[in-house]
Design a protein around this ligand. Structure first.
Ligand code: URP
Ligand code: ZN
Ligand code: ZN
Ligand code: ZN
Length: 467
């Protein structure tokens, strides 16, 4: 038993003073200050001056993802350990069905990578790399038998993960019938491929051209098309991943204003980093920030609009899209050809801290911070109320967050398996102090007490977030 005493508990509706009793793997009770058990067989953790929040739920990670001739550099072991350090106690990773592969085989391969190796709990979405009769049937099986209730499709990456509009519509119709969520990588891949080819023919090979060949219009167009297609599929639930651009956000906001089941996430990189300052860094340095959708221009209103979208709930979730690649030997695959740089940024360890900055800067309330990093992702993807809330009966996934401490982000201190940090030198007001996962203390007093194998696979139900 653990009694977390003297803290400010923060839920999606805001902060309140309370003591939290953990028995075994669950939260047992929440008491008004000092009204809980006074003595007994429990460890007391002093939370005075700290926020007591539900463990973070990162609904978008790619451990060990094969991409661009290499693999994302975090394994489930290293990546979930880094997540724990950063206050994230559940990840939802993407199992992959590659084109031509049987869906269930792709899923089994992902279980093979993750099972027994995770430090925090984990669940899977399924990437459909090929929509056909077989994979449509498999969608039903995954929902009913495997606890996998969301499917990611790609309007980008022709020849790799790409689905055409007919395939997308069929998958959406299936999801409408079985209750699953369609997650969309919304960028017009065929049009992007034309721009990439033309840029390379002009000798434009530096990393910044990754961003310049993926213009906002092609994200907005794909987002709009996905929304229209979901409408044709009788308002199939649609979740736009890694939304980066103002005009894509406008499409989502307009659909939501019509009461549609359309949702979106953004990621910390789009809230802070830019095409010019990071992707456009001198020489090949910008490769560190090659991800898709790309970082957007600082001369436009993207970042301010995304923060506003988080406040208005046009953006419901912040995930990381954690997809790390080392600079040496991995990002370097694209020297002389930006299109060969593996796409992805690693930040599974920093999401809770980076979003707390929004509270410090007056852009988010405390409740909204918790809602976007924990409660809503849990609800959106069928993990609630097991995850995403501190309540009796919920898993005791709890983070003590110290607003008076500071975090300096960088390669010397992070725990991700990366030789650089996209956030090198960032100073954060606030710090993850203590991390508890299903009643087990993983991080306390700057030391790590977790172990691989503690994290369990979680079967998910259907989303309870639909309009
Ligand atoms: O650049 C990215 N986002 N890499 C991961 C794959 C994806 O599309 O989410
Ligand atoms: Zn994507
Ligand atoms: Zn609105
Ligand atoms: Zn992704």
């Amino acid at each position: 038993m653990i009694l977390i005493k003297g803290g400010t508990v923060v839920g999606p509706t805001g902060p309140y003073q309370a003591d939290v009793l953990v028995v075994g793997e669950q939260v047992s009770a929440i008491f008004a200050p000092d009204q809980g058990p006074q003595e007994g067989d429990f460890e007391t953790i002093d939370a005075t001056g700290k926020y007591v929040i539900p463990g973070g739920v990162d609904a978008h990670t790619h451990m060990e993802l094969p991409f661009g001739g290499t693999f994302a550099s975090d394994t489930f072991d290293t990546g979930t350990r880094a997540a724990a350090w950063g206050g994230t106690t559940t990840i939802i990773d993407f199992a992959v069905q590659r084109t031509g592969e049987v869906v269930q085989d792709g899923l089994a391969a992902w279980h093979g990578k993750a099972d027994g190796n995770c430090h925090v709990d984990y669940a899977f979405h399924m990437i459909l790399g090929g929509v056909d009769d077989e994979s449509l049937k498999a969608m039903d099986t995954l929902v009913t038998d495997e606890g996998i209730t969301s499917f990611k499709l790609f309007m980008a990456y022709p020849g790799v993960f790409y689905s055409d509009d007919g395939q997308i519509l069929r998958a959406m119709q299936k999801a409408r019938d079985n209750g699953a969520m369609i997650m969309m990588h919304a960028e017009n891949g065929p049009a992007i491929d034309v721009l990439v080819k033309q840029a390379l023919e002009r000798g434009e090979t530096d990393p910044i051209h990754h961003g310049l060949t993926r213009p906002e219009a092609l994200e907005a167009e794909a987002t709009s098309r996905a929304i229209w297609l979901a409408g044709v599929a009788a308002d199939c639930p649609l979740y736009i991943v890694h939304l980066s651009a103002s005009k894509a956000l406008e499409q989502v906001a307009a659909a939501r204003d019509l009461g549609r089941n359309v949702f979106a996430e953004t990621c910390p990189q789009y809230l802070y980093l830019t095409l010019e300052d990071q992707l456009g860094a001198p020489g090949f340095e910008g490769a560190k920030w090659v991800c898709s959708t790309p970082l957007r221009s600082k001369h436009e209103t993207h970042r301010a609009d995304l923060w506003k979208g988080l406040r208005s709930n046009d953006l419901s979730v912040v995930s990381t899209d954690h997809c790390p690649f080392c600079f040496k030997d991995q990002k370097e695959l694209g020297i002389g050809d930006f299109s060969k740089i593996p796409n992805g940024i690693g930040s599974v360890e920093h999401r809770v801290d980076l979003l707390y900055q929004g509270v410090v800067d007056g852009k988010l309330s405390l409740g909204r911070w918790v809602e976007t990093i924990a409660t809503t992702p849990a609800r959106m993807f069928g993990l609630y109320p097991k995850k995403g809330i501190i309540a009796p009966g919920s898993d005791a996934d709890i983070v003590l967050y110290d607003p008076a401490a500071r975090t300096r982000i960088g390669v010397e201190t992070h725990h991700m398996n990366m030789d650089h940090s996209a956030w090198e030198g960032y100073e954060i007001a606030g710090k993850v102090d203590t991390v508890i996962s299903r009643g087990r203390v993983l991080v306390k007093d700057g030391a790590y007490h977790g172990a691989k194998g503690h994290g369990q696979f979680v079967r998910r139900g259907l989303s309870d977030y639909l309009i």
